[in-house]
Design a protein around this ligand. Structure first.
Ligand SMILES: [Zn+2]
Ligand SMILES: [Zn+2]
Length: 137
């Protein structure tokens, strides 16, 4: 086997940067056989077995990469995803509303402009002329 120190160095570097590639894939990159790659890595104490890539998926709420099979990175994200903070149109008190309720209403009625923390606020809003009946919470 011809020795080519620069090539060997590049192969080792490439392996370190791409731990999940197979020997054949590395060989293809350097136009040589997987046996050659194996030999180069083995004689330089580099791993010949590829690292198994961990399957990851983004958190639905914040896009942090997490292990596949889990939907949220934290309980906080779960809460924030399912509960949306909204502000009462009338009394300006912030409160949480279930996401599906908001989405449902958003699609049910056009113009989901006003949201009320309570029926009381809604009726007061209606009386004040802010909302018509269709904006009922
Ligand atoms: Zn998250
Ligand atoms: Zn209110």
């Amino acid at each position: 086997m011809r020795k080519n120190p620069r090539k060997i160095k590049r192969i080792i570097l490439y392996r370190r940067e791409n731990p999940t590639l197979t020997l054949a894939q590395i060989g293809k990159r350097f136009k040589c056989s997987r046996e050659y790659i194996y030999h180069v890595l083995k004689s330089n104490n580099e791993p010949t077995l590829r690292a198994i890539p961990k399957k990851v998926t983004p958190c639905i709420n914040c896009n942090t990469l997490i292990e596949k099979g889990i939907r949220f990175c934290s309980n906080k994200c779960r809460f924030n995803y399912y509960n949306i903070k909204v502000t009462c149109t009338l009394c300006r008190v912030p409160f949480y509303r279930k996401r599906y309720q908001i989405i449902q209403r958003y699609y049910d009625r056009r113009g989901y402009k006003h949201i009320y923390c309570s029926r009381q606020c809604f009726y007061r809003g209606q009386r004040a002329g802010i909302s018509s009946k269709k904006n009922l919470i």
